[in-house]
Design a protein around this ligand. Sequence first.
Ligand code: 13P
Ligand code: SF4
Length: 328
Amino acid sequence: MFTTQLRKAKIEANCLPSDLFAAICELKQELNAVILAHYYQEPDIQDIADYIGDSLGLSQQAAATDADVIVFAGVHFMAETAKIINPNKLVLLPDLDAGCSLADSCPPEEFAAFKTSHPNHLVVSYINCSAAIKAMSDIICTSSNSVRIVNQIPENQPIIFAPDKNLGRYVMEQTGRDLVLWQGTCIVHETFSEKKIVQLKIEHPEAEIIAHPECEPTVLRHADYIGSTTALLKYCQQSSALQFIVATEPGIIHQMEKQAPQKQFIPAPAMNNCACNECPHMRLNTLEKLYLAMKNRQPEIILPQDIRVAALKPIQRMLEMSLEPVTA
Ligand code: 13P
Ligand code: SF4
């Protein structure tokens, strides 16, 4: 854990404690709080978190915790999911503007009309959506259980899959099912350049290409392994390869390097010469904002009761179905 010059300057300017890590640990005791962080968060946040995981792991942790306060270092839909599961707990998000382009690509009114135009369809929604979309869904899934969940639905049942068309297409391939797809995408995962990835592979012929299923099919077709962030992390540990080209948000490379320091992880480049492969929403959270959120007990996630209750059912269904054996 290190404190950069920039961080020091910010700390002095805002009268923040000089040892943010110690101050956060103290507040954690005082509030009986748990810090849950996604792999795409900045390294310092990952290092101070009680639990780091993918969307499924984080939801399972939120469902299991006996802490009074959940500090969610992730994006809005993730903290919202924790609040839906824990209506009586205080759920803090360090920056309330930490949204998600994928969740934004599915506005509730348009989705309601889409649903009406497909009667008799079961709605399976990727967890990267708003509480209002969850409230209109039958089952929620994440990138790590989407195939498993669709495989548990009777074959004659038509299904709408929303909002990510790339994950949806991947699930169609893996299950052989015909899904009606909402046409949403993630600004980060659609940005990877097939051309630059192929070029990297030529430069590093021994490297394995690993990719998140939110990537475009032009990228997925080159992947040696496709999986959720947790699955990618496990794969890197187990594979005998020593180099990996990583086609997901590069925040995860911090954990990859910690877990396999002898291996090399090369972030897949974006199409333009920009840092567009970094999620601008995830990066809004900082250690300073996390500290301030705990100190001020805000910003907190608040949800209308009717939406919360309706959104809970499909999340619970997901948590149950993640445990059930797959029969199909
Ligand atoms: P995971 O399900 O792997 O956590 O993915 C979350 C996400 O936002 C990917 O962009
Ligand atoms: Fe949303 Fe994409 Fe960021 Fe994940 S990486 S939180 S899907 S914008």
